[in-house]
Write a new protein. Sequence first.
Length: 399
Amino acid sequence: MTHILYFAHDLADPAIRRRVMTLRAGGATVSLAGFKRADNGLADVDGLAPIDLGQTADGRFAQRIACVAKASLTLSSKLSAVKKPDVIIARNLEMLSLARRAVSHFGADVPVVYECLDIHRLLLNDGLPGKLLNAVQRALGRNVKLLITSSPAFVENYFKPRSGLNLPVLLQENKVLALDGGDISAPSPRLPQAGEPWKIGWFGALRCRKSLQILADFAAKMDGKVEVVLRGRPAYSEFDDFDGFVERAPHLAFHGAYRNPEDLASIYNDVQFTWAIDFFEEGQNSSWLLPNRLYEGCLHGALPIAVAGTETARFLQQRNIGHILETADVASLETLFSKLSDASYLQSFQRLAAIDRQQWITDRNDCRELVRVLQSLTMRTDGRPVDAVPSMALSGRTS
């Protein structure tokens, strides 16, 4: 059985839990090591006690680097009880440095995989900070065997032209983990009853101040005809007063965190639309990503709302689903909802429901295939990287 050591940047991130569940469902055993950034029991993985590397702070990059440096000094002792892994996965750049340290501890024959599902704005900085960080990434990635990322646009806009990395790429979209995929029922349309509002759901990592303002202003302008529902983990460092703002905003409500994937059906079945727009790093990462909420909402029949010029919008255009705003503002939302009727909603819903549901999920076969690709990294004896499986990977390499 393949043993994977997974270095996580934030043990409270539900995405870490899903990746561990994916690897275990694929037949691997997993050891988890990482930093705590917040207390979040919803991120716990049953039966897995992670190795605590310390506490980091959201939005404080320099503090995180200092914590990584400190953790590297005691890493060997903390890994002393861990069986030598077959593969090491490093989630994000800071964890890649610890993965390299772990290789020194376990032996140079352990392959390292770099998992990068967001492109930090500093990596796109044209000044000295960006050049230095990219140089660090190139140095740390020199002997990496595989890059895992979640959007083709990350490769086309950053990894190929700017990163300087020369790695085979495995595309792992942010699909819904459905270990019993055949048991997920097909979605049903959810027309509002007389006097009830249409509902827009903004779920997941809530970190975009501009989205919050647009949705609040729009909900207030519609005066009860549209309600906005927020669920997930607010990045409080990105808002002046998230809780106070939401409490004061009419027709907008925050209903807390949820378990992913266990609670997805219930929260998405309560809305008709998914807000799939993000301005957190506008024009860069936000324009290139394919967010979790895109796949979650589509799987459960919530029509995605995107903005033109983004990878999410191109994704929707290719499949002729959802709604694309020319500009993301109150006026564009007013125009969209002024044209909305029961008939037009049902027509849009049927187009979405007709998409093959495999488009939205990661099932047990996908989990096994991922572990098989990772396991294959241990089978080369000539030191060269293993090419990823074509059906799961982007064609070519990062450079």
